[in-house]
Design a protein around this ligand. Sequence first.
Ligand SMILES: [Zn+2]
Ligand SMILES: [Zn+2]
Length: 263
Amino acid sequence: MGFSANYHTHTYRCGHATGDAPEYARIAAAGGCRILGFSDHTPLPDGRWPDWRMRLGQLDEYEAAVARARAEQPDLTVLLGMECEYAPEFRAFYEDELFGRRGYDYLIGACHLTELDGAWIGSFDRTCTPQALAAYAATCTKTMEAGLFSFIAHPDLFGCCNPVWTADTAACARDICAASVSTGVPLEINGLGFRKTWLDTPEGLRPPYPWTPFWQVAAEHGVRVVLNSDAHHPQDVLASYDDVAAMRDRFALVEADLSVLTR
Ligand SMILES: [Zn+2]
Ligand SMILES: [Zn+2]
């Protein structure tokens, strides 16, 4: 058993991945995958946060590469998407340009950055105070409420900089899970976290994310989940399925129905 669908796939254009869409699609098809969604880190209309995303000028060739992957793998449903930070000033770009003019199939919401007191901080390295955790949950909630995103990537990213589960991390998890249920936006159990360097914490070795207690909270709220590899290398296109599926099964989490994306 492996991924029959993976909606979280990058290409070399983001600057920290390797390979292009056709290589990912070839390996996914050979591995028995049926649906492969490309979701590289989106360019932003004001050129913001350029370190780990493609340039606006690369959109055409990204789309051409995804189209090539689709043409080369007739048995694989290939979807065109992006992984996006949300701020109100980006809405027109996502709505009118990506969905509208360019016909994207879906967008992933991701909160790599957290808005705190009018500034943006790293969600993976700075969400380690009660205020920053609350701000991260608020940023995730705004992203879900935007109504643009099919699911939220690695909502438990704050596991990277919080060694142990506390009342504050629990409150953050509850806020995110409640928003997921009220907005109907599912949360992703992200395979890439399992492939990162594990953290040596007072509670033992663990991946930075997926963070087990977060998914217990998700189960208590009845959150729907999406299982993805978050591939940054072609050979990882279907990686970590057993790990994300084990997290799903441990808490009897129910997968979201994303069939609307392939209609
Ligand atoms: Zn990335
Ligand atoms: Zn990603």
